[in-house]
Design a protein around this ligand. Structure first.
Ligand code: ZN
Length: 262
C-alpha cells in the first residue's frame, strides 16, 4: 500500500513537472531551485528581514577621495569606507564578500526571509559605513550581518565574529540581541566550515568592539564576521575556493536562522 502511494505521489509530481497543474497550483508551488538540505521547518524565516552587508566595494580603490572622507561613528571619526584586503594571489576582499553575500541571499530567501543588501553590485564606491548602518535601521532588520575577511599577520588564522560594545544612549537595546546573534553565527560557522576560532584576535571566536561605524550606528541586532585571514595561506586557499564559499553561505544562513528562531 505504501509503495502504491509513493508511486501515485511520484506520478502526481511528474504530471506537475510536465505542466498539467493548474496555474493557481503552480503559483503556490515551492521554488524550483533544489535545496541541498531542505529545512524541516519549511519557510522558517517567513516575515523576517535580514540585511546582508558585503564589506567594501570594487570601486573603492580607484576613488580614494570619496572613501577617505571622514564620517562620525559616535566614538570617533573614520573613513567613509576602505578598500579591504586581499590574498597574496590577489583575490580581493570586496569580491569575496560580494560572492558570499550572493550565495547567502537566496538561501535565506528560500527560508522565507526578505533580504536587503547594502550595495547593488561589486563595481561601485562605498556606501559609507554610516549609510550601511542606516540601511539596516531603515529596513527594520531583524538581523544584520556584515561580511568581511581579515588581512592580519600571515601566522594568524581562523575566524572571529565581532559584536557591538555598549554605547550608553545609542545602542542599549541591541547589545544583548547582537551578542546572541554573534554566538549563533559563531557556532554555525564553526560547525559548518570546520574553520577554527581566530588564534590572533578575540576569544573563542568572539570579539567586542566600539570603533566600527557599522555596529555603533546600528539600531538593529548586528554583527560582523571576519571569515578568515586572507593573508594566511591556509585560510586564503579556503576562502578562494567557490565550494568552500558555498559552505560559508550555508553556515551563515544556519546561524541567522538559529538566532531568529530561538
Ligand atoms: Zn573588511
Amino acid at each position: 500500500m505504501r509503495a502504491y502511494l509513493v508511486a501515485l505521489t511520484a506520478l502526481a509530481a511528474l504530471s506537475t513537472a510536465c505542466g498539467d497543474a493548474a496555474p493557481a497550483a503552480r503559483e503556490t508551488a515551492p521554488p524550483a531551485a533544489p535545496s541541498p538540505t531542505p529545512s524541516p521547518g519549511g519557510r522558517a524565516l517567513a516575515g523576517k528581514i535580514v540585511v546582508i552587508d558585503p564589506g567594501h566595494n570594487g570601486g573603492n580603490a580607484s576613488h580614494p577621495e570619496e572613501i577617505n572622507r571622514q564620517v562620525d561613528v559616535i566614538t570617533g571619526r573614520k573613513a567613509c569606507n576602505t578598500t579591504g584586503t586581499q590574498t597574496d594571489d590577489g583575490y580581493q576582499e570586496h569580491a569575496f564578500t560580494w560572492d558570499v553575500a550572493g550565495r547567502l541571499k537566496p538561501v535565506l530567501e528560500r527560508m522565507g526571509a526578505k533580504v536587503v543588501l547594502t550595495r547593488p553590485d561589486d563595481k561601485g564606491v562605498g556606501p559609507c559605513v554610516t549609510e550601511r548602518a542606516a540601511i539596516g535601521n531603515e529596513a527594520r532588520a531583524d538581523a544584520v550581518l556584515s561580511i568581511h575577511a581579515d588581512g592580519a599577520v600571515p601566522d594568524g588564522h581562523g575566524f572571529h565574529v565581532i559584536m557591538p560594545g555598549l554605547l550608553p544612549g545609542h545602542n542599549d537595546d541591541v547589545v544583548k540581541p547582537s551578542r546572541r546573534l554573534g554566538r549563533a553565527v559563531r557556532d554555525a560557522y564553526r560547525a559548518g566550515t570546520g574553520l577554527p576560532y581566530s588564534n590572533y584576535r578575540g576569544e573563542d571566536g568572539l570579539q567586542t568592539r566600539t570603533d566600527l561605524g557599522g555596529l555603533n550606528l546600528s539600531k538593529r541586532p548586528a554583527v560582523f564576521i571576519e571569515c578568515g585571514n586572507m593573508r594566511n595561506p591556509g585560510d586564503a586557499a579556503k576562502l578562494s575556493d567557490p565550494a568552500f564559499r558555498r559552505r560559508i553561505a550555508a553556515s551563515l544562513a544556519d546561524g541567522i536562522k538559529k538566532f531568529l528562531n530561538r
